[in-house]
Design a protein around this ligand. Structure first.
Ligand SMILES: [Zn+2]
Length: 268
């Protein structure tokens, strides 16, 4: 059975509060050998680290999601630095920029939009600076801010790489990510009926420039679409990606796992 990794799962969310051990067993039974629990704020990140202590197959990425930027401390770095010392913390995130719901769409002023964007950018930069200091890479979330993320990441590109998680961009956008030495990551969206354009991007992405994820509990692939997603379903994402790449599941397993180890050096 080919082995795959789920490189992005919100295992600390209440969705799994009653059956997490079973969820992790099901993943193992489907050949999912590593799961990266991703933090969205300091508490969530600390929970992700605890899960990595509890389950041998679970690793953690710690950070503060841009959608919670308004609640972030002025300087996140000391607390993140502390969390990142743990041997199973393999990266920083999820971080990035989200310009999908600007204050002006809810009655705010252009000045409100500017300070909103500034706060996101400051928080993102703190992750990039710390990643550079600690020799780690970043898991990046972006919505309606692709150019801005590239602009922020570019000055760090010789030290820090990003994985553009849940990538739904065009082949041209994928090329810009790859040109910075960074990666993209695909979710169950690639199995959705209406996602023909993202399938073109998967086909165009070099075999060693992407990894796989579920973004559990969101985005369950077909045939589970609409249900709670779980790491076992990365298998369906992998099967779809293999057919888009015209390679065997074994070849995809080898490529995506090697890429994950290269990107997350602390992943054992
Ligand atoms: Zn996520």
């Amino acid at each position: 059975m080919p082995i795959f990794y789920d490189t992005h799962a919100h295992l600390d969310y209440p969705d799994y509060s009653t059956d997490l051990a079973t969820v992790i067993e099901r993943a193992a039974a489907s050949g999912i050998r590593r799961i990266i629990a991703i933090g969205t704020d300091l508490e969530s990140s600390a929970r992700a680290v605890k899960l990595s202590d509890r389950f041998p197959s679970v690793y953690a990425v710690v950070g503060w999601h841009p959608c919670q930027a308004s609640e972030a401390p002025e300087d996140l770095r000391p607390a993140l630095r502390e969390l990142a010392r743990h041997s199973k913390v393999v990266g920083l995130g999820e971080t990035g920029l989200d310009h999908y719901r600007l204050p002006s769409a809810q009655g705010g002023s252009p000045a409100d939009d500017e300070s909103f964007k500034r706060k996101h950018a400051e928080l993102f930069r703190q992750h990039l600076e710390l990643a550079s200091e600690l020799d780690l890479n970043c898991v990046i979330h972006q919505r309606d801010a692709f150019d801005e993320v590239i602009t922020e990441l570019a000055p760090f590109a010789n030290k820090v790489r990003g994985v553009f998680h849940c990538f739904v961009g065009s082949p041209a956008e994928m090329q810009r990510v790859v040109a910075l030495g960074s990666l993209v990551s695909f979710t169950g969206i690639i199995t959705f009926k209406n996602a023909a354009s993202i399938r073109e991007t998967v086909a165009a992405t070099p075999l060693d420039r992407f990894i796989l994820e579920t973004d559990s509990p969101y985005l369950a692939p077909v045939p589970y679409r609409g249900k709670r997603c779980e790491p076992a379903f990365v298998k369906e994402v992998a099967e779809a990606a293999a057919s888009m790449k015209g390679c065997s599941p074994d070849e995809l397993s080898e490529a995506t796992c090697a890429t994950a180890h290269q990107f997350f050096p602390k992943l054992a």
